[in-house]
Write a protein that binds this ligand. Structure first.
Ligand code: SPV
Ligand code: MG
Length: 669
């Protein structure tokens, strides 16, 4: 596509302003003339070639264009009769340069905002800029629109007409028809009328549609008064701000394309989602906030980069009041729909606008994302993420997973509430649930090889950190090997409980015989485990069973201090009481002396306590230890019974997830 700019005329009505140069060289802002602004706009829309008709002060004009050093290829065509003819003849002079492309045609005295240019450039058909919002001008162009198409253009038409501006996109097939008639006109010495007179005769073979820009800026400058009005409007246009938000850790061509579009609308402010918001909405960012911010600070045309603390834009929009928010149209449906709605609501509070561009669904970007995901799932990257999350969020949550599919549920389940996204931070590979899935009791019967197999199944399809239920840790001589294997696999933390001999599930409490390990023995196990690990990030958590075995608070606390002294990276305190007071008491007393070692709780029994309350009291990890197992298997029992009772599967159908839904639970690689 080429641009054709008509700059031959005298511009007499501008008075002294055009004494020494053509009208298009009139200054309209501190930084631009009418022409330099037009040319820069063309460059920003990807136009590379400009045909410019010249006449009045043509040498001054040509020099000026060259001095601008814009990446444009100019073809200057002089109209030798510029003072006796109209621009129809200038076009005629340039005709040989105008036969092979679609063209953007504009008068050289036209000032328009970028959204106008965008509407013209992106139009699938030939079009002319009109405004249905402005009153019909007395002396300027109007377009008569019939059956959705422009039938006539001229200053004399008032019926069925809209205000029109000489800015067009004309597809080659339409242009050849119009240009053909311009040639006929000029060859018949009809050179003083408008080029549009030639169009009016052939408009039925030439499909030009109105491109309605309503009250956006698009105006010709004919007089010093016009210049004053348009320059003032331009000040406001140039002060507009645009806001976009990114969470990405790398910039690809899709990002730069949308940034370039946003930049055309105003001064661009970029919001970078905080690490916490990214972790809650996607996954833990591999690249921290400061580095993600720096990526954008180095992009030309980005004026300012700020933090967006939450997925919700509301806070930043009320603060910055941007004129536009720019986003891909991928959030019209799906998970981000409520966020989008909130953006629309907040923008309407002060008259801002949402501008959406088609989302680039490039398979290359999907591949990049998949590579990124697999990087996030690599052992070295995954292992340290639990500790980082605890440091970043203060409190993290984990849900049990005992297979690939339950791992995917923990990985992908998200809830959007009050502008925030909630998802689990980590997975708990429970001995109870792993054993149950294998139809075995929770007595350390499922051997480590088999437990590792479960971890592997989960790891293969997920990226979130894993907390492994290591039961008693076994013999110290064995535990050191377990630690290394877990560490190598990318597990973030193992929790071992201070029991010895035949371990039974804690929720049996004192109903079964269970023996607690001595403090020195268990400290020795912790020390041996810590000494055997190869990385700094892997965590060993000591789990205290004193409250379960009714040995009292003092014993629990004595153990907690001894175990953390021995090197435990975290302390888990367990209870099977519904009433959380003993847990609260423990946390309070432990925190009086130790403010840093993370505390882990498993609120299966004391399940009324909210995460916020735990956090307030100083807990750092909340593990939902068995809820997928306890909801999943009863549903299966129910299905089995329903089929048996009805001797067919139909009655079971309503209880079933559709095949389509079950397939979509498994993401395609
Ligand atoms: C498990 O989930 O296997 C646990 C927690 O160890 S509990 O069942 O509460 O003991
Ligand atoms: Mg267990």
């Amino acid at each position: 596509m080429k641009a054709l700019i008509l700059n031959s005329g005298l511009g007499c009505r501008m008075g002294v302003i055009t004494k020494e140069h053509p009208k298009c060289m009139t200054e309209i802002s501190h930084t631009d003339t009418i022409l330099s602004r037009q040319l820069k706009q063309l460059v920003s829309f990807g136009i590379e070639e400009v045909v410019m008709t010249t006449g009045y002060y043509d040498d001054v004009l040509v020099d000026y264009c060259n001095v601008l050093h814009l990446p444009l290829k100019f073809t200057f065509v002089n109209n030798p009769l510029y003072d006796q003819t109209n621009y129809i003849y200038s076009i005629y002079c340039a005709k040989e340069h105008l036969r092979n492309d679609d063209i953007i045609l504009m008068h050289g005295d036209l000032v328009f905002e970028n959204l106008v240019m965008e509407a013209v450039v992106d139009s699938p058909n030939s079009c002319m800029v009109v405004s249905s919002s402005l009153p019909l001008p007395e002396k300027d162009f109007k377009a008569v629109v019939t059956n959705g198409r422009i039938e006539k253009i001229g200053i004399e038409f008032f019926e069925n007409a809209v205000a029109a501006q000489p800015l067009y996109k004309i597809k080659k097939e339409d242009w050849l028809v119009w240009l053909g008639n311009i040639e006929t006109f000029c060859e018949n010495n009809n050179r003083k009328c408008y080029a549009e007179n030639a169009f009016n005769e052939v408009s039925n073979q030439c499909n030009i549609y109105p491109c309605d820009v309503h009250d956006m800026l698009c105006a010709e400058i004919d007089t010093p008064e016009d210049l004053k009005i348009v320059s003032e409007k331009l000040v406001a246009v140039n002060e507009r701000t645009v806001y976009m938000c990114f969470s990405t850790e790398y910039i690809h061509s899709g990002h730069t394309a949308i940034i370039n579009k946003a930049r055309r609308l105003g001064r661009l402010i970029i919001g970078i989602l905080s690490d916490e918001a990214v972790a809650s909405y996607k996954r833990f960012p591999l690249i921290p906030f400061e580095e993600r911010k720096a990526l954008f600070e180095n992009i030309a045309g980005v004026e300012r980069v700020v933090e967006q603390k939450m997925l919700s834009y509301a806070e930043n929009l009320r603060w910055l009041k941007p004129d536009y928010v720019v986003h891909g149209n991928d959030w019209v449906e799906g998970f981000q729909k409520p966020i989008r709605q909130e953006v629309c609501d907040v923008l309407s509070e002060y008259g801002g606008k949402l501008v959406e561009y088609p989302y680039t669904n490039n398979p290359k970007y999907k591949e990049l994302d998949a590579n990124h995901r697999s990087e996030a799932s690599m052992p070295d990257v995954r292992r340290g993420r639990l500790r980082k999350l605890i440091n970043m969020k203060g409190l993290v949550t984990a849900l049990e997973a005992h297979s690939g599919i339950t791992g995917l549920i923990v990985e992908n389940t998200k809830v959007l509430q009050d502008g925030k996204t909630y998802q689990f931070d980590a997975m708990w590979v429970s001995s109870l649930c792993d054993s149950t899935a294998k139809g075995k009791p929770d007595i350390e019967l499922v051997d480590m090889t088999s437990r590792f197999r479960t971890i592997d199944d989960i790891m293969e399809v997920t990226t979130k950190p894993i907390i492994f239920d290591g039961d008693t840790g076994g013999l110290t001589e064995h535990f050191v090997y377990t630690v290394r294997s877990l560490e190598r696999m990318g597990v973030s933390m193992v929790i071992i409980e201070d029991k010895t001999g035949l371990k039974k599930n804690s929720l049996f409490g004192t109903e079964v015989k269970q023996t607690q390990a001595s403090i020195p023995d268990f400290c020795e196990k912790i020390r041996a485990g810590k000494n055997s690990q190869k990385t700094k990030e892997f965590m060993i958590c000591a789990r205290i069973e004193s409250l379960i075995l009714e040995r009292g608070m003092a014993d629990a606390l004595e153990r907690a201090f001894a175990f953390s002294e021995a090197g435990a990276d975290a302390i888990m305190i367990h209870s099977r009481k519904k009433d959380p007071s003993e847990i609260f008491e423990f946390v309070e007393k432990f925190r009086e002396k130790n403010t840093t070692t993370p505390i882990v709780v498993v609120p299966t029994s004391f399940n009324t306590v909210t995460e916020a309350e735990f956090k307030k009291r100083g807990v750092n990890v909340v593990i939902y230890a068995n809820q997928l197992t306890r909801t999943g298997f009863p549903a299966m029992q129910d299905a089995a019974r329903t089929i048996l009772e009805n001797h067919r599967a139909k009655e079971c159908d309503d209880k079933c997830m559709s095949i389509k839904d079950i397939i979509t639970l498994i993401p395609e690689e």
